[in-house]
Design a protein around this ligand. Structure first.
Ligand SMILES: C[S@@+](CC[C@H](N)C(=O)[O-])C[C@H]1O[C@@H](n2cnc3c(N)ncnc32)[C@H](O)[C@@H]1O
Length: 192
C-alpha cells in the first residue's frame, strides 16, 4: 500500500489563528506528505508553505483524474482500512467546526466533485482530530475502537468556561487537543 497524500482543502474565508493551529497539528499527526489546496490568500500561503505544499487551485480541479476519498460527515459509508489500499489522496475540509454542523464539507467539496466520500463516525471532529482518526484507521484500527470525547470544556475561572462541542480523540486518559489552542482561547478572552 502506498501512503496517500493528505490534502487539506482550505474553505474558510479567513485564515484565523485557530485554523492555523489545527492545520499545523494535522500535518504533525499525519507525518507523511501534506498539501494545502484552494489557498488564495498571500498571508496564508506564506505561512502554510513552511508546513506543506500549497496550491491556489482547488483539489476539485487539481486531483480530478486521481483516486481520492473526501472525509465528509454526511457520507453514507464509514471509512475502513481497506479504503486506503489504492487511493492517491485523502481529503479533509479546511473548515472550522460549527454547531450545529451546516454540511459545508458536502456542499463545498463532495457535491462539486466525483470523489468517493466516507464518514469517520457520527461526531463532528476538528480538522486535526479527523486526521488523527483517519490515520488510525489507515494503520488498521476500526472507528469503534477509537475513543472520542464529544466535547471539551476549557475552564477560565471557577464560574466561566468555554465548551468546544467537537470530537477530540482520547489517548490513555488524556484528550488530544490542538497544541496552543487553550492558550489562544484564554488570551482572546482577556482581550474582549
Ligand atoms: C470541523 S469539521 C467541519 C465539518 C463541517 N461543519 C460540516 O458540516 O461539513 C472539519 C473537517 O473534518 C472532517 N470531519 C470531521 N468530522 C468528520 C466525520 N464525522 N466524518 C468525516 N469527516 C469528518 C471533514 O473533512 C471536515 O470538513
Amino acid at each position: 500500500m502506498k501512503t496517500p497524500v493528505l490534502i487539506i482543502e482550505h474553505c474558510e474565508p479567513i485564515f484565523s489563528k485557530w485554523l492555523e493551529l489545527e492545520y499545523m497539528h494535522a500535518t504533525q499527526i499525519w507525518e507523511y506528505e501534506t498539501i494545502f489546496t484552494n489557498v488564495k490568500d498571500d498571508n496564508a500561503r506564506k505561512k502554510l508553505k513552511k508546513i506543506g505544499k500549497v496550491y491556489e487551485k482547488s483539489v476539485i480541479d487539481l486531483y480530478k483524474s486521481k483516486k481520492c476519498i473526501v472525509l465528509d460527515p454526511l457520507a453514507q459509508k464509514e471509512i475502513c482500512t481497506s479504503d486506503f489500499n489504492d487511493i492517491d489522496a485523502i481529503i479533509v475540509g479546511g473548515i472550522l467546526g460549527d454547531s450545529p454542523p451546516q454540511g459545508r464539507t458536502y456542499k463545498l467539496i463532495t457535491a462539486r466533485s466525483n470523489f468517493a466520500a466516507r464518514n469517520l463516525g457520527r461526531k463532528q471532529l476538528t480538522i486535526d482530530s479527523a486526521v488523527f482518526v483517519a490515520k488510525a484507521v489507515m494503520l488498521g484500527m476500526r472507528i469503534s475502537e477509537i475513543e472520542i470525547a464529544s466535547e471539551v470544556e476549557i475552564k477560565h475561572s471557577e464560574n466561566h468556561s468555554t465548551i468546544l462541542p467537537f470530537g477530540y480523540p482520547i489517548i490513555g486518559s488524556k484528550v488530544l487537543i490542538t497544541p496552543g489552542l487553550i492558550e489562544y482561547l484564554k488570551s482572546k478572552r482577556h482581550n474582549i
